[in-house]
Design a protein around this ligand. Structure first.
Ligand SMILES: C[S@@+](CC[C@H](N)C(=O)[O-])C[C@H]1O[C@@H](n2cnc3c(N)ncnc32)[C@H](O)[C@@H]1O
Length: 192
């Protein structure tokens, strides 16, 4: 396993550099669709790198973060309300959030389906989801996947199309943007 509890200071320092500028720009545009005081959940937040990008373009939202590693959360900014928990068992009531984002975290979840069920449960009707991760069909994506599995991580990496299909099966409408070996999925839930 990667000892995230002891890596907070590293992620705080180098974490932002792992996000291409175009991803940050798209993320910002997606956040602009939210109304004032909307509640957003940074899932697998680590030190809150994605929340910091989000806050830079929307400082009028309610920021919540979940991560099992306290050693990561303790480096997060003060406007982030943090919870030590996992994506598979979210400590929130149904329909609590307008948006969830997952930055390089989905592939670390032990049970992606359980995490998506939980995400659907806590998202409001028409809630939005933004995922940033590595494409396992590329050379870099495969190498990262092999490296993480070697370290004992679940390595739940997807081809973007496969993850899009999975999201659709949970009731999302989803769009992929590709950045070399990295990709984002911008999605919206269509709850009955
Ligand atoms: C590569 S870090 C990414 C952190 C942050 N999103 C960023 O972009 O810097 C992956 C994070 O996923 C967290 N994580 C691992 N398993 C998890 C789970 N089951 N539920 C939620 N978060 C998890 C780890 O503790 C770690 O902080």
């Amino acid at each position: 396993m990667i000892p995230f509890n002891h890596l907070g200071w590293i992620f705080k320092t180098i974490g932002p550099a792992i996000y291409p500028r175009k991803v940050r720009e798209l993320f910002c545009l997606f956040l602009k669709l939210l109304s004032k005081q909307a509640s957003v959940l940074d899932l697998g937040a680590g030190t809150g790198v994605m929340s910091e990008f989000a806050y830079a373009c929307r400082d009028d939202l309610r920021y919540v973060a979940v991560d099992p590693a306290e050693g990561m959360l303790k480096f997060s900014p003060e406007y982030l309300q943090t919870y030590k928990a996992t994506a598979e068992a979210l400590p929130f009531e149904a329909e609590s959030f307008d948006m969830i984002f997952m930055g390089e975290s989905l592939h670390h979840f032990q049970d992606v389906d359980k995490a998506l069920q939980e995400s659907v449960r806590v998202l409001k009707k028409e809630g939005r989801l933004f995922i940033y991760d590595f494409d396992v069909s590329t050379f870099m994506g495969k190498s990262i996947c092999r490296g993480e599995k070697f370290l004992g991580e679940p390595g739940n990496f997807f081809r973007p199309e496969a993850l899009k299909k999975k999201l659709e099966s949970y009731g999302f409408v989803a769009f992929i943007d590709q950045y070399g070996y990295r990709y984002t999925i911008s999605a919206q839930l269509k709850k009955e």
